[in-house]
Design a protein around this ligand. Structure first.
Ligand SMILES: [Zn+2]
Length: 358
């Protein structure tokens, strides 16, 4: 078999593999025709014809920084101020994920960003949870919703969001995240409400080591006690951090296209996912934003294979790591481990190392 055939075969295997996605933002994943349609329905003037909506919410491949990437969420957020719109886009995202053979997903969003037209946080979360339940049932998904607090908002708002999610915890909502401008607003500003959320039973994660350095990752893990870090790209800036992350089995949910876009890393070839994985850290790959980053989890896995030095057994091992680190119902994740094992076997994939644990 020549190298081209080998490559095609690996790509086909990656496309067919059962997948897990732990890190994607609802407002960054809208279908472009849906944005255009919702704008017409809601009488929102996007200032461009419907077929050019992509220009408003697709961030360039190389942005100046994370803050510039975040500016591309403004357009989708304008049409996500009603319960029916939130329910619809959550359902559609489930359909899109299932078409890639994603079987376990955690969809995150910031409830505070959807209250501009009068919905309260309960109504906002309820709408997304309804979309999730409808979508997961229709398309056979497992997982749940992660609520995001936002770094630039007052800590009191983080507390309000955490409290608003409590009625849905265990019934659609599984986790709590801190997102937004990492360089401008350190996680310690939100220390008290995040510790409260942890004690209330949310699975805890935070974006860290993306727009700021290793100290931010350390604070997320050591002070807040998160079990998962969103990205963590810059963890290696402080070599003493890596043994701690390995010892505590902290999972890094990395999103290569987005990490290049935000300049957390200079290019795919320099991305630390393979280094971290081989060092013994838990690493998973996700899309972050299907629309804003113009990607999906299949493409991220392919980038891992084609440009980041990861082979198919390693990508498969990361899939099992993701199942293990998920915040959703443990018995469901264990069932998926067994299903994935069989399906990987049928595809001729032997996951690397001892990543499979039940
Ligand atoms: Zn993210």
């Amino acid at each position: 078999m020549n190298s081209t055939e080998t490559e095609i075969s690996a790509q086909q295997i990656i496309a067919a593999m059962p997948k897990v996605e732990l890190h994607l933002h609802l407002d960054g994943c809208l279908r472009l025709p849906t944005i255009a349609e919702l704008a017409v329905q809601q009488d929102v003037n996007l200032a461009v014809p419907g077929h050019l909506v992509g220009k408003l919410c697709g961030a360039p491949v190389h942005c100046h920084d994370l803050a510039e990437v975040l500016s591309y969420f403004a357009t989708p957020l304008r049409v996500l101020q009603t319960a029916s719109a939130l329910e619809r886009v959550t359902y559609e995202l489930c359909e899109d994920l299932a078409s890639e053979n994603v079987r376990y997903v955690e969809i995150r969003f910031g409830p505070s960003l959807h209250t501009n037209d009068g919905m309260n946080l309960h109504q906002v979360i309820d709408a997304v949870v309804r979309g999730w339940h409808a979508g997961r049932e229709a398309f056979g998904l497992h997982g749940g919703i992660i609520l995001c607090a936002l770094r630039h908002m007052p800590p009191a708002e983080t507390m309000v969001v955490a409290r608003a999610g409590i009625p849905f915890l265990g019934n659609g909502v599984v986790g709590f995240d801190l997102a937004g401008d990492e360089a401008g607003f350190p996680i310690l500003l939100h220390r008290d409400p995040l510790l409260w959320a942890k004690s209330a039973g949310y699975g805890m994660t935070a974006h860290a080591g993306e727009g700021a350095g290793a100290e931010s990752v350390r604070n997320a893990v050591e002070v807040i006690g998160v079990s998962r870090v969103g990205h963590g790209v810059r963890a290696e800036d402080d070599p003493s951090l890596l043994p701690m992350l390995r010892e505590r089995a902290i999972c890094l949910d990395m999103c290569p296209t987005s990490n290049v876009q935000t300049k957390s890393v200079t290019g795919f070839e320099q991305h630390p996912a393979a280094r971290y994985y081989r060092y013994g850290l838990r690493v998973t790959l996700s899309s972050d934003n299907r629309t804003v980053a113009d990607t999906n989890v299949t493409r991220e896995l392919l980038l891992g294979y084609e440009r980041m030095g990861l082979d198919v057994p390693e990508l498969a091992a990361m899939t099992f790591m993701a199942l293990e680190a998920g915040f959703g119902e443990k018995s469901e994740r264990q069932t998926l481990v067994r299903e994935f094992r069989l399906e990987m076997d049928q595809l001729g994939v032997r996951p690397a190392s001892a990543a499979i644990r039940e």
